[in-house]
Design a protein around this ligand. Structure first.
Ligand code: ADP
Ligand code: MG
Length: 398
């Protein structure tokens, strides 16, 4: 199986090329607070612009749930894209309506039309295939071919991701190719030792990943809020830490399987605790089997940070998903910072997935080049680690 690249579409000069991008950026009072996703879309857009294509972009922003809501307009994105790319960007007032058709019809070679939020149309995310196909046909009528480059949505069976790719000649954009190549490097035949660092708030979000990795990884390092369910499964009390009681038995099974398969599963040996979930709550370090009843674990402790860092230093391949603590608060960000530092210093090939993990790494000031790859798609990268075939990728393969 091989992904069809943009080159397979042939000469695109003067052709209308429909591109699905992931422009779902965080906004605060109408201002983009992190334009990482727009920047990640530039290689594909620039190459199409330089090749003389008439570029028509489909993208979503937030969850307008099938209604036209001005607060979810792509206007701030159109403005930012115009600043980042050296060509004219025009925002259409609708997605497949009169204005979209007008803007697309008057596009010049090397110029870009951004259509309004695809999720203003409820058919975009419909579970009814016929509804989605109807919208996909309307998208297809606007262009000659389709490039799928919104990695953050390729796990979704949606009109602008999946259905339109079946109608027009289609290919994967440069971002999608890079994401898939990087993630395959950590999932198919990884160089060993191969380790996975998992954190974040919920075990239940990542159970499938753990199950799949027990078949593949040499070691698993578990931190973040999900670690307490594992500590509880070992019989420790975890105070008021995050705990998913209904997952304790599943987690026990995983620990047993890890033992049988020789996968090293490491949990925090020490923990930063505080009496409440607050940035200025007094933080102390305790051994993980001595979390006081009236305290909660909010980060891995310094001994654990050292232990995890040493494992990462000795690995050849590492995938990381989920922060080690409540990194948004300075007092509980050290564990996450230690893992980021170890990854940046290790000679291993590393992939960082997960929206919050990627945000943590950027917040710490690391450059993209300090790591093998920082994924732009949380859900999509998790599903790939889980071993799931993604519909939006499957349609782009021969
Ligand atoms: P990602 O987006 O990287 O996949 P998740 O969404 O699973 O990560 O989890 C990120 C969240 O987990 C962060 O907001 C972080 O504050 C939270 N978190 C990490 N450790 C803890 C903890 N010990 N207690 C509560 N929340 C935690
Ligand atoms: Mg998240």
């Amino acid at each position: 199986m091989a992904l069809r690249s943009i080159e397979t579409l042939g000469d695109v000069r003067g052709k209308k090329v429909l591109v699905r991008s992931d422009f779902n950026v965080p906004l605060q009072d109408g201002t983009i607070t992190d334009d990482g996703r727009i920047r990640a879309a530039l290689p594909t857009l620039t190459s199409l612009v330089e090749a003389g294509a008439k570029v028509v972009i489909l993208a979503h922003l937030g969850r307008p749930k099938g209604h036209v809501k001005p607060e979810f307009s792509l206007a701030p994105v159109a403005k930012r894209l115009g600043e980042l790319i050296d060509t004219k960007v025009t925002l259409a007032k609708d997605t497949v309506g009169e204005d979209a058709r007008r803007v697309v019809a008057s596009l010049e070679e090397g110029h870009i039309a951004l259509l309004e939020n695809v999720r203003f149309d409820k058919r975009e995310t419909s579970k009814d295939e016929a509804e989605r196909e109807q919208l996909a046909n309307e998208y297809a009528a606007l262009a000659d071919c389709f490039v799928s480059d919104g990695f953050g949505v390729v796990h979704r069976k949606q009109a602008s991701v999946y259905d339109v790719a079946k109608i027009l000649p289609s290919a994967a954009g440069k971002l999608v190719v890079k994401e898939i190549e990087s993630l395959r490097r950590v999932t198919d035949n990884p160089e060993r030792p191969y380790g996975v660092v998992l954190g974040g708030s919920k075990v239940s979000d990542k159970l499938g990943v753990i199950a799949n990795l027990l078949e593949k990884a040499d070691f698993l390092l578990i931190g973040g809020g999900m670690a307490y369910t594992f500590l509880a499964a070992q019989g420790h009390s975890v105070g008021s830490s995050l705990l998913e009681n209904d997952q304790v038995n599943t987690v026990k099974e995983y620990m047993k399987t890890a033992g049988e398969k020789g996968v090293e599963l490491l949990l925090p040996i020490d923990t930063v605790v505080a009496p409440e979930f607050k940035a200025d709550a007094p933080a102390t370090v305790v051994d993980s089997d001595k979390i006081p009843d009236d305290h909660m674990g909010l980060d891995i402790g310094p001994k654990t940070a050292k232990l995890f860092s040493n494992k990462i230093a000795a690995a050849k391949t590492v995938a990381w998903n989920g922060p080690m603590g409540v990194f948004e608060m300075e007092a509980f960000a050290k564990g996450t910072a230690a893992v980021a530092k170890a990854l940046s210093e290790s000679s291993c090939f590393s992939v960082i997935g997960g929206g919050d993990s990627a945000a943590a790494v950027r917040q710490l000031g690391y450059d993209e080049s300090s790591f093998g790859h920082i994924s732009t798609g949380g859900g999509a990268s998790l599903e790939l680690l889980e071993g799931i075939v993604l519909p939006g990728i499957d349609v782009l393969e021969d």
